[in-house]
Each structure stands twice: as C-alpha cells, then as structure tokens.
Design a protein around this ligand. Structure first.
Ligand code: GUN
Length: 282
C-alpha cells in the first residue's frame, strides 16, 4: 500500500505557485487577490477560511475576508458579495459554504462573475465541465485529479465509483473521471446494494460525510481509495469517511485524513486564483 501524501504534494504546489505570483506581481504591479465571504459562526468553516487565508499569504496572494453575521438578510449578503466582486484587485471571490439556512445559496453565488468564480461552483463552470470544456473546476475534485496525476494513477478505462453526489464534490468528481475516460458510477443514499457497487471500483472516492462509512468489505483488493471526509469518530478525533485502519490493508493507494485531500483543496483554490489573476493580463 502506498500512502498518498496530500500534505507534501500541496506544499510542493504552493512552492510552484509562489513563482507564478511573483511573476504576476512583476507584470501587473499588484498582488493577485482573493476575496472571501464567511457568514455566521460555523466553527469548521472558520478553520477552513483561516487555512485558506494563511495559505494565500504563504504564496503571495493578498486575501481580504468579510465576516458577516449569521442573521444577515439576503439583500445585505448579496450587496456585500457584489461590493467585493466589483473590486478590480480581487481576482477571485469565494463564499464559504454552508450558509445559514435562511439564505438562498444559489442566488448569492450567482452574484459572483464567472471569471472570478475560483471555487468553480457557478452553473456556467459546472456546465462547461459537463460538456468536457475547459473552465474553473471545484477545488476538491480538482485536487484529487492532481494527486492521481502526480502519483501516475491512470484513470482511463478504470471503473471509478464516487460515493456522494453534492454539487461541490461528487458531481464534478464524476464528470472529471468521465472526461478522462473512466467508467463512472455515482452512488448516493438511494443506491441499492452500495457494498457490491463499491467493491467493483478500481478507484473509489468517498464523499459521504459519515465517519468511517467505507469498510474493508466494500473495497476491492488493490483499489485506489480517496477519502474526502472530515469527520469526528466516537472519541471526537478527526477521521475520514473511510475506515482507514482496515481499508489500508486492501488498497493499493490510499489518502489519509488529515493530510490527504484537505490540503489539496486549499492548494487548488490558490491555483485557481493565480489562473484567474493571470487571465486579467491577457
Ligand atoms: N465548504 C466546503 N468545501 C468548500 C469549498 O471548497 N469552498 C467553499 N466556498 N465552501 C466549502
């Protein structure tokens, strides 16, 4: 079994991006910029946003965070997003999810212009992906493809199974695999006999949000196992959607939690910001 080192890979990518931000600043006379909107006080979201802004600083991206109260109205939230978007020094805009329940996520995200949609959550960017055309791809699935590429794990012709169908992970992940010629199955809460579907996977991606949900009997000998989960086990310890200790005995490659997919999500966000900034020079 080979442990896929997301933490180390993400650090290498940040090093590569640093060179590009320096070149961008030399050409444009300003730093690449990321505007972050966080609404409410979800503690996990606050940790994620802090990780993102810290990583920005490390690679030379200027980040501006707008923290808005949980009880903000839809109109006020939209105005705050629009104000950040209209700042020409902000190359990318990110609205941290999930939002407080009373807010309309679709309407709020629609305020972000496509060229600043560094999360790739817009209908336009997801539509481009669905049609196998180049656009901005959501950071988590993009980070998984980058890990597979750097570990020379070929996707073409493989049976890829994605557990979870969210707009931000499962769906774009399935489309990326399909675009790279995998045979793709997407599983969800209505899937019959999840176990036997997962057991057919050459590449298994778990994006369910349930601690240690994927057990060893759901994994084929030699499968590549990618864990998107960020869960807590019965002792409150951080773990993934995969029962790592037993599954690692069967997998050929596996990502740990923490130190697997998580740091790659942040690295791909930075990469999408640098791409967006570089496009403003053309
Ligand atoms: N919430 C969970 N993952 C993400 C992400 O990649 N981007 C944003 N904006 N919110 C998230």
């Amino acid at each position: 079994m080979t442990l896929i080192d997301g933490k180390g890979t993400a650090a290498a990518i940040r090093g590569e991006l640093k060179e590009r931000t320096v070149a961008f600043e030399a050409k444009s006379g300003r730093k690449a910029g990321l505007g972050v909107v966080i609404i409410g006080d979800d503690s996990a979201s606050q940790v994620y946003v802090r990780n993102k802004t810290k990583a920005c600083e490390e690679v030379g991206i200027r980040s501006v965070t707008k923290s808005l109260p949980a009880d903000i109205s839809q109109e006020e939230a939209e105005r705050a997003v629009e104000a950040l978007c209209s700042d020409p020094s902000m190359d990318g805009i990110l609205v941290q999810l999930p939002l407080p329940r009373h807010l309309d996520e679709r309407k709020l995200l629609a305020k972000i212009p496509v060229e600043k949609d560094v999360d790739g959550f817009s209908e336009y960017n997801l539509g481009l992906l669905a049609m196998n055309r180049r656009g901005t791809v959501a950071c988590t699935p993009l980070g998984i493809m980058e890990l597979l590429r750097r570990y020379r794990i070929d996707v073409g012709g493989k049976d890829a199974v994605v557990v979870g169908r969210s707009n931000i992970v499962g769906r774009p992940m399935a489309l990326l695999f399909l675009n790279d010629d995998a045979t793709v199955t997407v599983c969800h809460s209505h899937t019959k006999d999840l176990c036997s579907v997962c057991r057919k996977a050459d590449i298994l991606v778990a994006a369910v949000g349930k601690a240690k949900f994927i057990k060893a009997d759901m994994v084929k000998e030699g499968a590549v196992v990618i864990d998107v989960g960020m869960d807590r086990d019965e002792n409150g310890k951080l773990c993934g959607d995969v029962d790592f200790d037993t599954v690692k005995e069967k997998a050929s490659f596996i990502t740990p939690v923490p130190g697997g997919v998580g740091p790659m999500t942040v690295a791909m966000l930075l990469s999408n910001v640098v791409e967006a900034a570089e496009k403003t020079l053309k």
